[in-house]
Structure formats: C-alpha cells, structure tokens
Design a protein around this ligand. Structure first.
Ligand code: SF4
Length: 399
C-alpha cells in the first residue's frame, strides 16, 4: 500500500531558520495551486496500472492551514475519486497563528483526523528570534480549539538547541507542551542552514551557533522526562502515547512506497525516486492542460507532468536506505528477517562489517523484541547511538 504526501508551499512569512521549499507573499496563487494539485492527483492516479490502495495522507508544508476547508474538500474529493482509500490517518501540519475554531471544525469535517502544530517554543522571545508569526498564547488557543473541534490525535513540534537557549528554558518549553497533553511530540535540534537568514547571521558572527554538547544534554533530559510522562520514544526525534505513532512517517522510516504531490514534492516507489519542479508558478504551468507531457513508456511508476528528476535506485541503494531509515526507529530497529524477506539476502552478508564495527563502538546493539509468543532479534541504536545518529548512518552510505 502506498502513502500520499501533499506539499502546500505557502507561508505568511519565512521563518529565519527555514530552508524548506516554501514561499511568502504568493497567497494569490492558492486557488490555481489547488486546481493544479487536483490535476496532478487525477493524472498520477490515471497513469497507474491499477487503482492504487492508499494507506495514509499527509499535508505538509509550508503552512497547509492557509488553505480554506472548502479547498481541502475539493482536494479530498479528488483523492477519493482517484485512489482506493483505506487510510486510517489523514494529517495536517498547521501554524498555530493561522487557525480559528471555525477553520479547525471545517478541517475536521473535511476528514483530517490528526493535526500537527509547529509550536517550536513557549517563550515569546525565542519565537521572535525564529521569526515565527505566532506567540505562546496562540498555541494555547489553537490546542484548545483543536480539542473542541474533536481532534483526538494531536502533535506538537518543538525545537531545542536555540542560540543562547539555556537548559532551564528548554525544560520550561517542554513542560508547557506536556501540560497540553498532546498524543505526540516531535523534538528537533536546530540546524543552521546556509542560505537562510540564520545561516547568514551566523556566518557574519551575529548569531551564536548552537552548542552541540548542550543540545545533547537537552535531548537526554527530554528522553528521560518524556518517559516519565508516559511517552514512548519510537524514533530518534519522535515520542507518542501508546497507539499514537505517526503512521505516515512510519511508512517513510520503513522505506515503504509513497507518492508526493505539489511543488518540490518527492516520491519513492518501485525502485524509482522522483522529484517535482520546485517553484509554485512552474508547478502550476506543468499541470496546465496545455503543457505538453508525453506519456513515458515505462509506467511501472505513476509519473506526474510536474516531475523533473527521476532516479532509478539499485537494489544496493535500496538496502542502504532501508538501513538508514530503519535504524531511526529506536524500538523497532532493523530486523534481519524483515531485511531478508525484502531483499532475499542476509543482513550480515551485506552489512556485517559495518554492523560489527558500530556494535564495538557502542553505537548499535542487538536487542530481543517480542510480540505475543514470538521473540526475535533486532539491530538498533544504543542511547549513545541516538546522539550520534549521523555517524552511524554515514557508515551505511559508504561511497
Ligand atoms: S512556517 Fe514552517 S515552512 Fe513556513 S517558513 Fe516557518 S518553518 Fe518554514
């Protein structure tokens, strides 16, 4: 079964740290973008050899909550008419400064059953530094309204390791988040990206770079604190109450197929990775009925007129990616049986050397896991390995 991602690349203002494919000041293009998105959905579904069964839907951005519920209704109708929807999870990313009780009720009515608020901090000065458009009060209201609108699966995103952030301030932010009783929390370390205002300020010495040791302390404290609050860590940056893991993101981490729709969206299925054209206006043009698009001879992958790059993945690359993604899952890890069932090769015969070295270094471990009467062994990150995840993943990328 495939998952579907929809990219909504509109924002009211670009945050100072953001390097996503998103644009401010282009809201007048939203109606044409919604048309283009519907065209792309119809085209891709129509080019698939059969009506594809769909597992999850995820609308990310950007700020998807800038679209009106009626625009989502149109998109959802198109999805329902085009795919075989068996989805149990339909997620929306939202900026707390862009929602109202009415809009959240409308989104729930349209079919969203999971909402993810980009909170980032509960300190007004930190939010101003990040150039977020909301303040802590907006978050409290957004969460209250979301509950009134009957969202029962709610995620809050927070960022730690901000310039000059103390551990006490990080602890206060996370405690505020937990007081709101979200079912899910995503905690990300700030990365200062080149090409963003943060990157430029840091290069000119105007912004102190985050202290990686302090960020590691913040992460370790959060892991312990959240475990005590009944949250299970299931991925390097993600915690949930039992039964509330994000099914859509699990699809990525298990390296299962997904299709991406919208400007700059990516998809990966049938050994092919594809990416759409980045800019909003170009995307709309590519989806115009007048835009020439010769059907590709190989329809093993449903292609879109907005696709600009296609990369054929070798089986070895797929194995590498399965390792990189699977090891992010801190409990599930990578099972040799799952690996063998998928690739027909023993995990040890492909990556034995890398695994042995990382186990010796104390970054990976073999652990027993069980379900009902069955017990099996999985490879997973140690607590130290979670802090040094990139070093672990690099070993599987090789040359
Ligand atoms: S709201 Fe999110 S996507 Fe938009 S600019 Fe800020 S960080 Fe980027």
């Amino acid at each position: 079964m495939v998952s579907l991602y929809f990219h909504i690349p509109f924002c009211t203002h670009r945050c100072a740290y953001c390097d996503f494919n998103t644009y401010a000041g282009q809201a007048s293009l939203i109606p044409a973008y919604v048309e283009a998105l519907c065209n792309e959905i119809r085209f891709v579904a129509g080019s698939a050899p059969e009506r594809l069964p769909v597992h999850t839907l995820f609308f990310g951005g950007g700020t998807p909550s800038l679209l009106a519920p009626s625009q989502f209704e149109k998109i959802h109708q198109t999805i329902h008419l085009s795919f075989n929807l068996t989805s149990s999870e339909t997620s929306l990313e939202a900026n707390p400064g862009t929602v109202t009780l009415d809009s959240l009720r409308g989104l729930r009515r349209v079919g969203f059953n999971r909402i993810s608020f980009g909170v980032q901090s509960f300190h007004a000065d930190e939010l101003r530094l990040l150039e977020r458009i909301h303040d802590p009060f907006d978050v409290l209201e957004a969460v209250r309204w979301a509950r009134q609108a009957e969202f029962e699966n709610l995620n809050l995103d927070l960022i730690y390791g901000l310039p000059e952030q103390t551990i006490a301030r990080w602890q206060a932010s996370l405690r505020h988040a937990v007081e709101l009783v979200p079912e899910h929390l995503s905690l990300y370390a700030l990365t200062v990206e080149r090409g963003t205002p943060f990157g430029r300020w840091a290069a000119r010495g105007l912004l102190p770079m985050p202290d990686p040791d302090l960020a590691a302390d913040m992460y370790e404290w959060a892991s312990e604190y959240l475990a005590g609050q009944g949250y299970e860590q299931y991925e390097i940056s993600n915690w949930s109450k039992p039964g509330f893991q994000c099914l859509h993101n699990l699809q990525y981490w298990r390296n299962q197929p997904y299709l991406g729709f919208g400007a700059g969206a990516h998809g990966c299925a049938n050994g092919l990775r594809i990416a759409n054209v980045l800019r909003i206006k170009n995307y709309i043009e590519h989806l115009s009925p007048l835009h020439p698009f010769p059907l590709p001879p190989d329809l093993s992958f449903p292609l879109s007129p907005a696709t600009v790059t296609q990369t054929r993945l070798t089986p070895y690359i797929e194995m590498q990616e399965t390792m990189l993604l699977g090891l992010r899952l801190t409990q599930e890890g990578m099972s040799p049986q799952v690996f063998h069932a998928r690739f027909g090769q023993e995990l040890g015969s492909v990556f034995g050397k890398e695994i042995d070295e990382l186990v010796q270094l104390g970054l990976l471990e073999w652990a027993q896991t069980s379900e009902v009467f069955e017990t099996w062994e999985v490879l997973r990150l140690t607590p130290r390995g979670r802090l040094l995840g990139n070093q672990v993943f690099m070993r599987f990328v090789g040359d």
